[in-house]
Each structure stands twice: as C-alpha cells, then as structure tokens.
Write a protein that binds this ligand. Structure first.
Ligand SMILES: [Fe+2]
Length: 239
C-alpha cells in the first residue's frame, strides 16, 4: 500500500516536529501495511524551490541515516501551494513525486477564481505535469457543494482523498459522490503527528472495503502503483 500524502519528514513544516515523531509515524505506517510513503512537506507560496528541495532532502537523509527500525520506503515529493502566477515559475518538475510527472497541489481554501483552473491547465499544457489535487474532500462540506469542484473533477487532474474523510460519517457521503464521478484516484493519510493528526490509512482502507467493496479498494491501491510507475490511470466511476 502507498500513502500518497504524509508530513513525516522532521522539522520541515507543521508535520513531524523532530526525528522521534518521524520515527513513530513511520513505524505506525509500516504496522498498518504501508510499504511506500510519499513524503509531501508543504512547499509554501513563494518559497524558493531550491531551498525547499535542499531542506527536504536533508530531512530525508536524516531519517534514512538515523532510523534503524523497519519503516516504509520514502519517496520525496511536496504538497505545493497553488498561487496566482505559479506556472510562470521555472523548474516546477523538481516538486513532482520523484520519478513521476505528477505534482501534488493544494488549492486555496477561500473563494475560487478562474485563475485556479488556468494554473492547473498550464501545469499540464506548459510544464507537461499532471496535477494531483490534494484532499479534494476538504474543499466541500456537503454533496450540495459539489458544483464548486465539478470543473476540477472533469479536468485531467488526478484526485487524492484524505483517510480522515472516510472515517467521518459527514464526509463519507462526499467520498461516495467522488467515487460516482470517477474522482478518487489515490488515498493519503495526510498525517502530521501521532496525536491529533495521526496516520489512519488502514482504518480508511477497511472503511472503503466495507462501504464500497473490495474491488473499489483494490482499484484505488492499484492507481497508486500506476502513479509511481508513471503509467496512465484508467478511471472507472463506481455505481
Ligand atoms: Fe497535507
């Protein structure tokens, strides 16, 4: 299993504060059956890409050097904050999930303007990158709000859903609506720590299996493997 969204690298963002917290998170992920973690520290608006990569890679090296327990393989990536003019920047490919042309993008939480769709379009048109929208579930509160994300769903973007969305009754209906619209590509824990934002990936997988069936779960897990292999994703809406 691959966790596509995790703030496990120590001391780099609001995720794992130190090496010990990183260790606890990674051990917990391994115990849940996660073999690969896509490490996605926040790359904030206007941050220098070079500085970000340097800090991220140093944190990853520290983890590899200092943690001797059996932990998942870690793939370096980023959770990139989309902003107006983002696609005018150069070397965005450095922010991709390593070995792929996919970039995990966090959208604004306030009112969405046309520029968002234009930036997403330019990511593929100009930079030949494929956006993965981070936790699309977090931008809407009820299925009635689906119209706000409809344009995203109909675009070429892939969609990551947070494990937490499966575990709350209120947001599970949103996940169901995503599945019906073929808008749930990969699952991520979005874990930050072992207290209030822990990794609940396995629980979410069990919930998917229970509520939507084993085939749906297998499809989502297989999508994750395809993303890492840079293979095309075949998306099927779930009835
Ligand atoms: Fe995140």
């Amino acid at each position: 299993m691959i966790d596509f969204h995790a703030h496990i690298l120590p001391g780099i963002d609001d995720g794992a504060a130190d090496l010990e917290e990183a260790r606890k998170l990674l051990v917990s992920q391994k115990q849940q059956g996660i073999e690969t973690v896509v490490a996605t520290p926040h790359c904030m608006m206007h941050a220098s890409i070079t500085d970000f990569i340097k800090a991220r890679d140093a944190a990853l090296e520290l983890v590899k050097r200092e943690i001797c327990e059996d932990i998942p393989k870690i793939i370096p990536a980023a959770e990139v904050q989309l902003h107006y003019g983002f696609t005018k920047r150069k070397h965005l490919e450095q922010l991709c999930i390593a070995g792929t042309n996919c970039i995990l993008v966090e959208l604004p939480y306030d009112f969405w303007n046309e520029w968002i769709y234009e930036e997403l379009y330019q990511l593929s048109a100009k930079h030949k990158l494929r956006p993965i929208i981070a936790h699309l579930d977090r931008y809407i509160t009820t299925t009635r709000n689906l119209k706000f994300v409809d344009k995203i769903i109909k675009s070429d973007a892939l969609i990551q859903v947070n494990a937490g969305a499966l575990l709350r009754f209120s947001s599970r209906s949103i996940v169901k609506a995503f599945l019906k619209r073929d808008a749930f590509t990969v699952l991520g824990s979005d874990c930050h720590n072992t207290q209030n934002r822990k990794c609940e990936f396995l629980k979410a997988c069990e919930m998917i299996k229970k509520k939507f069936g084993e085939d749906v779960l297998n499809q989502i897990l297989k999508n994750g493997e395809k993303v890492l292999q840079n293979k095309p994703i075949h998306r099927d809406a779930i009835e």
